[in-house]
Design a protein around this ligand. Structure first.
Ligand SMILES: [Cu+2]
Length: 131
């Protein structure tokens, strides 16, 4: 029985570490869908749908060069821009498509929205925390 006990201890430590890492990385991602996956450093993934909404009310990404991935789960035309930085990034999707772009962001709080007429007023905006 003694060897068994000696093996169990290190395994327990590894599991505890994995749980801690998972807790730190999981902030804000309550979706749990396979599309969202693990948050990747420097990548901001946003999903739009036909209810004129993004898949979250707020997003978070590390400052610097950010690859923005805009994914559509519906059919309507949607765009993605950052308030005040409309000239730097404008992604557009429709019919379940995807669009990608890169933008450099300093730490701060931003608002992202869809600039298709009426969509932002209909709630198609979200917060973006860059830190
Ligand atoms: Cu839209």
């Amino acid at each position: 029985m003694r060897p068994k006990t000696a093996i169990v201890k290190p395994v327990g430590a590894i599991v505890a570490t994995a749980l801690l890492v998972g807790a730190c990385g999981g902030g804000g991602d309550s979706g749990g869908s396979s599309i969202a996956g693990e948050p990747e450093e420097g990548v901001l993934r946003i999903v739009a749908d036909d209810t004129n909404d993004f898949d979250a009310d707020s997003y978070q990404v590390a400052a610097g060069d950010i690859r923005v991935e805009y994914v559509h789960s519906g059919f309507q035309n949607h765009t993605l821009v950052i308030e005040g930085l409309e000239g730097q990034l404008r992604l557009e999707v429709e019919n379940g498509g995807q669009d990608f772009g890169t933008v450099t962001l300093q730490p701060g709080r931003y608002i992202i929205y869809c600039d298709v007429a009426g969509h932002r007023d209909g709630g198609m905006e979200a917060r973006l925390l860059v830190e």
